[in-house]
Structure formats: C-alpha cells, structure tokens
Ligand binder design. Sequence first.
Ligand code: FAD
Length: 488
Amino acid sequence: MHTACYDIVVIGSGPAGQKAAIQGAKAGQRVLTIEQESRVGGACVHRGTIPSKTLRHSALTLLNFKRHFSTIAPLTLQPDVELTSLMSHLEHVVRAHERYMADQLARNGIDQWHGRARFIAPRILDVLSLDGSHRRVTGEIIVIATGSRPRTPEAIPVDHEHILDSDSLLSIMYLPASLTVLGAGVIASEYASIFACLGVQVTMIDRSERPVSFLDPELTDCFVQALEANGGRFLARQEVAQVAWDGASTVVTRLRSGDVIHSEKLFCALGRLPNLDGLNIAAAGVTLTERGFIAVDDNCQTSMPHIYAVGDVIGPPSLASCSMEQGRRAMRHALELDIGNPPEMIPVGIYTIPEMASVGLDEHEARQRYGEVVVGRAPFTELARGQIASSTDGLLKLVADAQGQRLLGVQIIGEGATELIHVGEISLLAGCNADAFVDHIFNFPTLAEAYRVAALDIAKRRPAPASTTPPAPAVYHWRNSHLTSSPQ
Ligand SMILES: Cc1cc2nc3c(=O)[nH]c(=O)nc-3n(C[C@H](O)[C@H](O)[C@H](O)COP(=O)(O)OP(=O)(O)OC[C@H]3O[C@@H](n4cnc5c(N)ncnc54)[C@H](O)[C@@H]3O)c2cc1C
C-alpha cells in the first residue's frame, strides 16, 4: 500500500486540531488533517459550543421579552414546541462556522482527508475512509486532537430518546415539560438554566454542595437563586440510586435518600472521556494519565517527542478557547518557533443564564495564599444599564491585596459576564491597581461601570495607611499601549 508522507499530520479538525494545522502551514510545513466526520469543526461546532449557545440565545431572548413586555404582551410558549423552531438559525450558524473553518484550512494549503485514523506504529497511521478504503500516512510530527465524548456511568441507561447526553440532548423533537439534569458541572449548569428559562421544570441533582463547585460560592449561590426564579431547583448532596424509563411517558430517578423524581426527559452530564477508542493508542507508545487522558507536558508534548496532544483529549479545562491555544503552542514548540510564556491565567466563561466568569484568584483562593485581602462588590442593581436591561441579577467582585491596591482576581455573574471578564483579565495582566477603575472614564450607561463601583467599594474598605502623610494618588496614562502608573 502506498504511504503518503507529510511534515505534520493532525488527527481531528476541532478547534485544537484546526489551530495546530494552521500554525504548521503558516510555518511553511506540508500539513494533513484527518477527520472521521464528513464535516470539519469537531464537537465544538456540531454538538457542543455553537449549538448550545444558539439555543441559549433564543432562551435569553424569550426571557428578556418576558421581563420587558409581560404586562403588554404576555408570552406563553405553545405546548409541544419543536426544539428546532427555537434554533431556526442553528443550521445557518453551524454552516457558516464550518465553512469558515474549512476555507481557512484550504486557504493555508492544508490537505484534508476524511476518515478514521488509527496508529499502526508511532509514526504511521492507517486511515479508514468514508468509502471503506484504507490509506496510509506518515508524519514527522503527529498531533492528536481527537476531543472527548460524554461519560455515561453504567447505571444510567442513556437511550438518546428519553435519557440523553450532551451529544443527543438537542436532537429531541419537542421541548419537554420537565427535565432532570444529573451533574452540576459547566455543561449541566448551562443546559439546566437554558431549559428553565424556556419554561421547562428543571431538577438538577448532584453530590456536590453547589453547582460549578470550582467557582466562588457567592456566584454559584446567585446562580441557584436565578435558576429557582425561573422555576428550576438544585438538589445538593444527593446520590442517584437508579434511573429508568417507565416505558410510557416518564423517566424515574430514585435517589439514595429515598426521594423519587419523575420527569419527561433526563439529561446525563457526568463528565467527559477522551476519544481514544479506535485510535490504537498503544501503537503510538504515548503514556496516558491515571484518568485515561493523554499525558503531556506544558507544551503539549507527549512521552513520544514527535507526538503532541491538544484539546479535550488531554483533559481539563476542556474548553474550546484553551484548545485553540494548546494547538498553536504545541505546533510552535514542535517547530522550535518562539513560543512565548504560557498564559499566566485562563479566563473561565460559563454560559449559564445568567452568565458566570472568573479570572485570577477568587476571594477564597486569595485568602488562602495571602491571608488578608480586600474585596469590592458591585451588584448590578447599582448600575443604570443593569436596571435598563432588567439585568439586575448580577454581581461583580474585585479581589485586591491586603492594602486594597493590587488586583488579584475578578469574578462576575450577570449578563455580559463572559465579555466583561476580559477587562479584568487585561487589567490583571497589566498589573493594575484597583484605583485604575476609579480614575478611568467608563461609557455611561454600561455594565462595565461595575468595575468602577467595585473599585470604589475597595477604596472604602481598604485599611487606613499607617503613615499620616496620604500617599500620592496614582496617575494612569497610556504609554506604548500599556497602562502604567506613576506618582503625581
Ligand atoms: C454542550 C457543550 C457546550 C460547550 N460549550 C463551550 C463553550 O461555551 N465554550 C468553550 O470554550 N467550550 C465549550 N465546550 C467545550 C468545547 O466544545 C471543547 O473543549 C472543544 O470542542 C474541544 O476541542 P477539540 O479540538 O479538542 O475536540 P473536538 O471539538 O471534539 O474535535 C475532535 C475531532 O476529532 C475527530 N476525531 C476523533 N477521533 C478521530 C479519529 N480516530 N480519526 C479522525 N478524526 C477523529 C472528531 O470527529 C472531532 O471532529 C462545550 C462542550 C459541550 C459538549
């Protein structure tokens, strides 16, 4: 069998593989991508980020309509709303994004094969094409970017009709009257809040105390309140004993506590597993982690120096945003190009309703590391824009050092949080003090004004300076695009 030879072979065309391939091609390498699906884009475009955010957009639009016009135009969804009618532009959004990704690959001269890749030696892959034929290819560098899939515990009989996972949830025909959500991670919380906004009776069940337990509890408490305000509920510290479809109309969920929950559908969102099945990873010779993900170093290099692994296949944070950066970094490292420092901080954006976002240290982490800290809060009720947009269920927290000066982190819940967080991220990277937000002019009315409100709160709470001479206020000015401060 003829064996094709490439400088770089990338397995998978999701965000991680795509960015790796483009980086390689831009450096003048001959690059091949192998994708088992007939369409490029990965879970991100077809089953994850883009579809869920499209449904979310519709749910939020309905919620905002209800908030603003319920007195003059009461809105009730018809019974048996087809899910596709709530995402009528999804096909358009997916096609547009997919086309953009495919064009980008083509524009950069990247060859694309469609088929399932399988290692037969550390440098040789067999590719089973969609028409059943086999091809072979070798790569000087091989990038594994095969993504992840939902984890389904044996006790949960996912049938993709009544008991669903994140791959099948959006394929249901009609909006259910009720939905049980198992799990309290990012995907569980996003979908729980979206469906609750659409009027579905949502019950989230998890072992943990709070949803999205890695976030500041003040934010997640606000999230639970918002979920409850939309008719949902979160059952904390609960173990599921059994899940079964009754064969007629109901999914029955029995908890170890003895409680029983009945719902029309159940969504199982209990974590993700790496896509390694069928890849014959043993023949690649790479080491796996205890949890079965591919083990990599800071540059995404595996135990085999010519093989890199990027994206969900290496485990958390399992975000499209991070996957893209991993693809780029891995390729630059492989090609011995300047790689820059690893990102100092990873912003987290969670598209629940309302959104949640975090960057840097939260209050608890900062206290653990530094002891004393000063925290400033800006409830969105204090923002004109929050009132105008009826987005008052928000809060921005600024965490500063013990003197109430240097910023250590930002946490936000509320509409626009995933956008607003980048103001905080850049401020942290620029080493700004909290006062930068006081001395700065914000457009009015904006949600970004929350930074100023929280900074004023910090100024109010910071300890009085030990010296009787007040410190010279900092003057902030733009120099070479960096915010720098100097004493007046
Ligand atoms: C419901 C949901 C919502 C999400 N929302 C967000 C969000 O809002 N923001 C965010 O940043 N992230 C989000 N994510 C996470 C994001 O989708 C993933 O982190 C991202 O898709 C990972 O990219 P990847 O390239 O590693 O893998 P994928 O996007 O999964 O792509 C992997 C590709 O590899 C292909 N492949 C697998 N095995 C083989 C093989 N043997 N041969 C050839 N091809 C193969 C697959 O077909 C697939 O196309 C969400 C995920 C889900 C499930």
